[in-house]
Each structure stands twice: as C-alpha cells, then as structure tokens.
Design a protein around this ligand. Structure first.
Ligand SMILES: Nc1ncnc2c1ncn2[C@@H]1O[C@H](COP(=O)(O)OP(=O)(O)OP(=O)(O)O)[C@@H](O)[C@H]1O
Ligand SMILES: [Mg+2]
Length: 639
C-alpha cells in the first residue's frame, strides 16, 4: 500500500509558524552569543563616543577663537588654540581607528561561533528536518544572515547608542548656546524620529521577506546546478530560467519596495534638518544683529548643529540594520529551536562484548509501526516482525513504495519508529548511544552519494569515529597501515579495485556527488564505505542494482567470505540478488507477509511469485526460474 507523503506547497512552510517577537526581544536572543564580545562592544562604544565628543567640542573652540583672539585682533595665544584644534582632530581620528580595531575580532568571533553552532545543529537534526527544509534556506541563514548579525555587533549597535547620546548632548549644548535656536532644532528633530518609527515597521516586514526570498533563490540555484544534466537532457533549462527570473523579479520587487521606504525616510531625514537649520540661521542672524548673540556663538551653534547631522541622519538607517538583524536572529533560531527528536539516551545501554562462540549482530523487529513525521496519519509500516540471526543474510522484497527503504532507515535511527521495538542483540536500539549504534550498523543507501573528496576519504567516512587518532576521515592527514589495509580489503570485497586505476589512485578527487564515476562504480565505492568498519549489521538498500549479475555475484561471494559474521539485511530489486540470500522476507501492506527461502516462497506464496514475475523484478532482464531449486538459481545467477 502506498502512503501519500504530505507534499508541501510552494513556498514551502518548512518552519512552523511562530509568534512574531518585537525587534528588541529578537535582538535579546543574541545575548548568549554576544556576551563574550560585550566588553569589546562597550570599549568600542566608549572610543566612538569620545571621538564624537571631540567632534562636538571642535566648533565650540572655533567659536571661542572668533569671540576671543579674532574679535580682539590679538594673535598671542593663537598657537595654543591651533594646537588644541589639532589635538582634537587627531584624537577623533585615532579613536575611530581604535574603535574598529577593538571590535573587529570579537565581532567575527560571534559570527563564527553562531555559524559553528548552526552547522553542528544541522548535523544533529533528524533526517525528517532536512526532508522539510530547502538547502538554500539553510545556506542563506549560514552566510548572509550571520553577516548581518556581525555588522550589527560591530557597527550598528555601537552607533545606535553613540548617535542617540550625541544627539541628546548636542541638543543640550545648542540649548545652552541659545535656547531659542536650540528649541527650533530640537522641535524639528522630534517629527523626524516619529517618521523613522513609522517607516521602521514597514521596513521590518519587507526585510524579512527579502531574506526568505534570497533563501528560495539560493535553493533554486543549488537545485538547478546539481540537476543541470537533467535540465539539459529534457530541454528544461529555459523553463527553469523563466522560473528563476520570476523568483528573482519577486525579490527585485521587494528590494524596490524597500528602496521606496528608504527613499521616503531619507527625504524626511534630509529635508527636516535643512528646514530646522534654515529657520535657526534666520533667527540667529537677527539675534547677532540685535547684539543678543555673539558671532562666535552663532558659528559654534552651526558647527554643533552640523555635527548632529550624521547622528540624526543615521538613526533610520541604523534602525533598519537592527531590524534586519532581528529578522536574521529569528531565522537563525528557527533552525536552532527545531527539536532534535533523535538523540542518544541520557544513560546509554551497552551491548556486552562477544564471548567465544557467541556471535553478535542479532537484529529483531518486533511489532514495528512507522509513519513519517510529516505524514503522521499515513502508516508506512504496520506491525513488522522479523528476526535476523547473527551472520544471516535476509533479502527484503516488496512492491515499489511498500516501505522497504523506510524500514532500513529505522535500523540506524535516521527515523525513529512510531511504536514497537527494534533490538540489537536483545537491546532496544533507542537505549544505545547513537554513535555506538551507528558504528555497529552500516548502511549503503539507495542513492550512492559521494562527497567531493578523494576516493580514500570517501571510503574512510565509513570508519566514522573508528578512524585512529591523528587520522582524518575528511581532510588532510595520511592514514596508518592498519587503516589502509582495512580500506584495501573493503575495496576488494566491494569489487571497487577500479579506484587503483584512477589517475591518482585512491587520492583521485571524486567530483561533486561522484558524478565523474559510472553508476556502478559509485555504488561499489559506497558499498566499500559501508563495510570498511566491519559492522555487525549491514543494511543494503538495493546496493548492487547498477551492476551486471556477474559482478553482483562476485561482490556477494566476497561479502559472504569476508563478512561471515555480519548480519545483512539486503533490499533486493532483482531475482539474482534474492537468490543469494539465506532467507527472503516479503513486505506487503506494512507487514512481513511471508518469510522463508526463495524456493519455499516461490512454491507457497502466490503474492511472492507474482511480485518476482512482475515488471519491477523483470526489468533487470533476469527473470527468475520459477521452478528452479535455490542452489540452481544461485549457480544460474553467478554463471
Ligand atoms: N520523507 C518522507 N515523508 C513522507 N512520506 C515518505 C517519505 N519518504 C517516503 N515516503 C513514502 O513512504 C512510502 C514508502 O517509501 P519507501 O521509500 O520506503 O518505498 P520503497 O519500498 O523503498 O520503494 P522502492 O522500491 O521504490 O525503493 C512511499 O509511499 C513514499 O511515498
Ligand atoms: Mg526504496
């Protein structure tokens, strides 16, 4: 029976709806990561504050020069005034330099730590999470969102504080210089802030939309690059290009809407202070003419007012960065808050080491029920009972979509069963530490996915935590003689000796996803990866489908002789594979409908006979001989 997966509509609702937090609450969630940088942020704020202070004092000194030596036409103290101005200028420049140096490293550390945590979390999250989330959304979070957060920590946060303080102090100075003129400037700054807040809320919605659209676009690029062969082969490149253009246009529209909001904001930001300064200038000139204000004070006033331009101008822009940061933080935590449904137990059980004559690797499914997390109502398995003795090879057959792959994904807990138990040597697999379980159980998947690393590194991945000290599964570092021997054996068993003939042998880099190899070569390398760690249980999801039956038989023979003590569950799509197993289990309607040797099932189970005679099992061209006894079939297959 086929269960229907819950296909999601596009744009995919991969993240569950969450209550929208206020900007401040979202930003507060940065605190655990920003904490180590707080000291540097405070020092950097202090440096920027003092530098801006120098900028505020500068016009006051000029005003004093005008009202003092210039008015008195007395040049005696001028050198000292000049030196005072020079040191203010040097102080301002030096402090801005120091500010940036102080914060650069800690801010990058915040970004790096968040990125490390995100990556580690993505590794821990269950497969069902990755089934749901498009890769581009994760990519855009790991790259552009974290960049936005770094800019906030190193820049926007600091200047938000410094500029607001500068504004308050500056207005205070203006009021003390001339309270009437000061009031005019301050009064016009207030509507400016109100305008900023109105635009801020609009901008926030748009910036979140942009970030999501960038993620969708990244997904599209990723998929069409990986699937470029299919697009070309089916002449769909144009169709995809059109779809890409549509998504890119949607992003452009959002960006344009953002630009419009910013344009209005900037218009207000520029116009209002100009109006304020114009009015103040007219009033000031009248006061100077009336003798109630000195020329020096008027110059100081405008000097300070001009210094306030940047703090006032930048507020809207800094608020925009803060908003983007709040959205980026939300997007980051959407991933970080996702539950790790599959994890090691607090106190893991241990399987006792094997004693002499007591083989390990007994695998038992007991009343196993299973439904995928995103289709909880559709049970794929409904009471599977199956026991594999140590060293036994059981082939699993069933119609397409009957749940064979789903069943294999349960053994090393890529998915967790819904009810029932799976036991390894009498211990519930959920009570074992995950890495212990996954060291004992190796899987070769339906799709032989390889990494863009050397052939050796691809095989070494199968050793997992078993690689020796100083040896790396992926990355630099050679391997010791024992590990190399294990690799050579695995390659031999998997009939993957072809790698020695590659241009640089085992060091040859396999192209992205192994696309530089043939399908059968990929499968054999993936099989070598599965067996290199000498697992107790080997689960093979139709791993030899791309091999001709002679090679398949050779692999099977080698597997049997070398891994005599390994229990194997082999999903078979070909009669030739089935005939090499000790027993065959038929999966139908979510249960094991029949189990026995191939010939027993052939003789007694019509459904089995029908399945093996069906197109699916005949497609490979090696139709089983219905009446042939088991051993004959095996000879037939390997001939
Ligand atoms: N991630 C998923 N979410 C929801 N449903 C899924 C998911 N993966 C598979 N399914 C559904 O579960 C059912 C069993 O799929 P499974 O891949 O186990 O079939 P199979 O027996 O391995 O088929 P085949 O012989 O074609 O490989 C199918 O109906 C499939 O559509
Ligand atoms: Mg399958």
């Amino acid at each position: 029976m086929n269960s229907t997966p819950s296909w999601s509509r596009s744009p995919s609702p991969y993240a569950p709806a969450r209550p929208q937090l206020s900007t401040l609450k979202s930003l507060a969630r940065l605190l655990p990561y920003a904490r180590p940088a707080l000291k540097a942020m405070a020092l950097s704020t202090l440096a920027a504050g003092v530098a801006t202070g120098c900028g505020l004092v500068f016009p006051l000194v000029i005003g004093a020069i005008i009202d003092g030596p210039v008015t008195r036409r007395d040049t005696t103290g001028l050198v000292w005034w000049g030196l005072a101005l020079l040191s203010l200028g040097i102080g301002e420049a030096g402090l801005f330099f120091v500010r940036r140096i102080i914060i650069a490293r800690p801010a990058m550390a915040v970004e790096a730590r968040m990125r490390d945590d995100l990556y580690a979390k993505l590794q821990r999250l269950p497969v069902s999470f990755h089934d749901r989330w498009p890769a581009g959304q994760l990519l855009s979070r790991a790259i552009s969102d974290l960049g936005t957060i770094r800019r906030f920590v190193s820049f926007a946060f600091i200047f938000l504080i410094v500029n607001i303080l500068t504004f308050v102090i500056g207005v205070g100075i203006l009021l003390s210089l001339s309270w009437a003129l000061g009031l005019v400037v301050a009064a016009l700054a207030l509507p400016l802030m109100a305008v900023s807040f109105v635009f801020e809320s609009k901008y926030r919605v748009l910036s979140r939309r942009t970030q999501d659209q960038v993620g969708d676009l990244a997904t599209m690029v990723e998929e069409s690059v990986l699937g470029v062969r299919i697009l070309k082969a089916f002449g769909q490149s144009r169709h995809f290009a059109r779809e890409f253009l549509r998504q890119a246009s949607a992003l452009r529209e959002t960006e344009l809407a953002k630009a419009r909001v910013l344009a209005w904001l900037w218009a207000a930001i520029v116009a209002l202070p100009e109006v304020a300064l114009g009015i103040a200038l007219l009033l000031g000139i009248r006061e100077v003419a009336a003798g109630t204000l000195t020329a020096g004070l008027l110059v100081s006033f405008f000097g300070v007012a001009m210094t306030l331009r940047w703090p006032v101008d930048s507020i809207g822009w800094l608020l925009a960065i803060s908003n983007e940061t709040a959205a980026a933080t939300e997007r980051f935590y959407e991933v970080m808050d996702s539950p790790e449904t599959i994890r090691s137990p607090e106190r893991p059980s241990r399987i006792a080491p094997a004693t002499v004559g007591d083989a390990r690797g007994r695998l038992a499914f007991r009343d196993v029920h299973f439904a995928f997390a995103d289709a909880p109502g559709e049970k794929v398995l409904r009471g599977v009972d199956l026991e594999l003795a140590p060293g036994e090879t059981v082939a699993l057959v069933g119609a397409t979509g009957s749940g064979k792959t789903a069943l294999t994904a349960l053994v090393n807990r890529l998915h967790d069963i819904t009810s029932g138990t799976i036991e390894l040597d009498g211990v519930d697999i959920r009570s074992l530490a995950l890495d212990d379980l996954r060291r004992r159980v190796a899987v070769a998947f339906e799709e032989p996915i390889l990494f863009s690393a050397s052939a050796r590194e691809n095989v070494l991945i199968g050793l997992g935590g078993g690689a020796r000290e100083g040896e790396n599964a992926i990355g630099a570092g050679g391997v010791g003689p024992d590990t190399q021997a294990a690799i050579d054996r695995a390659l031999r068993v998997a009939q993957a000796d072809f790698v020695h003939g590659l241009p640089w042998g085992l060091d040859t880099r396999i192209g992205e996803q192994g696309l530089s190899l043939s399908g059968g070569q990929r499968q054999r390398l993936a099989l070598a990866r599965a067996i290199v760690g000498r697992p107790e249980v080997l689960v093979l999801d139709d791993p030899l489908s791309a091999l001709d039956i002679h090679t398949e038989a050779a692999v099977e023979r080698a597997l049997r002789s070398v891994l005599a003590t390994t229990t194997s569950l082999v999903i078979a799509h070909r009669a030739s594979t089935v005939m090499l197993a000790d027993r065959v289990a038929l999966l139908a309607d979510g249960r094991i409908a029949a189990i026995g040797t191939h010939s027993e099932l052939m003789a007694t189970v019509p459904a089995y006979r029908a399945l093996l005679a069906s197109d699916m099992y005949r497609a490979s061209g090696d139709e089983p001989r219905v009446d042939a006894p088991d051993t004959d079939c095996r000879k037939e297959a390997s001939r």
